[in-house]
Every structure is written in structure tokens, then in C-alpha cells.
Design a protein. Structure first.
Length: 238
């Protein structure tokens, strides 16, 4: 679907008016936007329609995790909105992942690409132990990544620190979607495993998800343009 790495701006705003204000401040060259739980819970498909009206592509980050029947129907319903990428929790298990893949297949080429979240970046190994998972976090992420791709999902969410490993292991096909991007010198916020845009591109990411370094910048247009430039430069000089 994508030849070159793309910037996705995370629209972590609470409402449609805030979304419109933000979009006006960003360069028209940005093709992709992420809508997450906050904005979708507040505005639902209206937020998607707003992006469509501006000709933008959508990453709907709903992290679906439910019984297979429910997830199959949710994927089919979400796909009706013409989205490009949709997330699910790999921990929903094989039957859930297969049902999701079946729903997408039934849509044909207009279906969203399904992207699995393996282990939330907010979890530490001690949290996994509390959940009854004793293998190291990295092994857990690889195992759930393999399960997701075996079930027919299109890609994985992974920090730039894991992208190189995942590429080596799973090859060129999976779409790797990488949050935790921080241009040199910007604040980390609550992100721990961060990387610059150029590092993420060189590691093999297909999509770079960026929120606060753009949203909280004094001039979001300038911040976004600088990241686009850095991505282009990294592509030109691999
Ligand atoms: O503001 P920041 O650049 O950290 O935002 C990153 C975006 O990516 C947020 O919307 C966050 O919810 C999302 N995300 C993440 N880590 C994941 C999955 C999604 O940071 N593992």
C-alpha cells in the first residue's frame, strides 16, 4: 500500500472544533491522520467525515479487543467509513484475529489494513507477570506479532527500537507503524522508547505516528514541515 514511509499526525484532541482548528495549522502535504479513542468517543464518524472532506487518509486507532463475532462486525462497520488503517489487540487471540481478517477480506481492496498492537508500550515486565505472562516482554511481542501475521493481519505497531528486529524476523511485507517519535531536542512526555524520525525510517518503519511534538509546538506547521523534511532526507540517504 505504501512505498515510502509516511507521517501520521495523531489528532489527540477532544472535539470537532479542536480538530478543525488543528487541521488549519498543519501543512497540506500531510496525507495521514490518526483518530484515537478520545476523539472517536467524543465525535464518532463525524471526525472521520471531516478528514474525508479534506481528502485525508485515516488511521483509526480503536485497539479492538472483544469476542470474535463482535470484532468481525466492528471491523466491517468501521471499514464502511473508508479508513486506511485500523488497530486491534493481538491478545484477543487467534479466533478474534481470524474473524477480523475475514471481515477485511470480505470488503475487498477498499478494506482497511489491520494492524495489531502486541504489547502496550505502557506495560512493564512486572505488569506482564501480574497478568500471568512470565516470558520477557520482547518475546511476548514477537510471539503475538507472529500470531497476528499468521492470522492474516497486515502489520504491527512497534516502537522504533523493535522495528529492525521485526523486519529481520518477518521480512518486508508487514506494515510497521511506529509511535514514540521525537525529533532531536523535543520533550519525551510519557514516551520511553523514543527515536528521531530519521532513525525510525532507517530502522524500516512504514508509518511514523507523531502527536505532541507537533500538537504542542509553538508553530505546529513548522514542526510538521521539519519532520516531513527529515523523513524525506532519511529516504534519500538510507
Ligand atoms: O504525543 P505522542 O507523539 O507521544 O503520540 C503518539 C500517539 O501514538 C498517541 O496518540 C498514542 O496514543 C499513540 N500510541 C503510542 N504507543 C502505542 C500505540 C499508540 O504512543 N503503542
Amino acid at each position: 500500500m505504501v512505498a515510502l514511509p509516511e507521517l501520521i499526525v495523531a489528532l489527540d484532541v477532544p472535539s470537532l472544533p479542536a480538530l478543525r482548528t488543528l487541521l488549519q495549522k498543519l501543512p497540506s502535504a500531510i496525507n495521514w491522520y490518526k483518530i484515537g479513542l478520545e476523539l472517536f468517543a467524543a465525535e464518532g464518524p463525524r471526525a472521520l467525515a471531516e478528514l474525508h472532506s479534506q481528502g485525508k487518509k485515516i488511521f483509526l486507532d480503536l485497539k479492538l479487543h472483544d469476542i470474535p463475532h463482535t470484532v468481525e462486525r466492528a471491523v466491517a462497520a468501521a471499514a464502511q467509513h473508508g479508513i486506511g488503517l485500523l488497530t486491534l489487540h493481538a491478545a484477543g487471540g487467534r479466533a478474534m484475529l481470524l474473524s477480523a481478517a475475514r471481515a477485511a477480506q470480505a470488503m475487498g481492496p477498499s478494506a482497511p489494513k489491520l494492524i495489531a498492537v502486541t504489547t502496550l508500550t505502557s506495560l512493564k515486565e512486572t505488569d506482564l507477570i501480574e497478568l500471568g505472562i512470565s516470558r520477557p516482554l520482547k518475546d511476548q511481542a514477537i510471539a503475538l506479532g507472529k500470531l497476528s501475521l499468521d492470522c492474516g493481519l497486515d502489520g504491527l505497531v512497534a516502537s522504533a527500537w523493535e522495528v529492525e528486529d521485526l523486519r529481520r524476523r518477518f521480512g518486508a511485507a508487514p506494515l510497521l507503524v511506529t509511535p514514540g517519535i521525537r525529533p532531536a531536542g523535543s520533550a519525551l512526555g510519557d514516551q520511553k522508547r523514543v527515536a528521531t524520525p530519521s532513525l525510525a525510517v532507517r530502522a524500516g518503519a512504514n508509518f511514523l505516528v507523531v502527536g505532541r511534538p507537533i500538537l504542542d509546538a509553538a508553530d505546529p506547521r513548522v514542526a510538521a514541515a521539519a519532520i516531513l523534511d527529515e523523513i524525506r532526507a532519511a529516504i534519500a540517504r538510507p
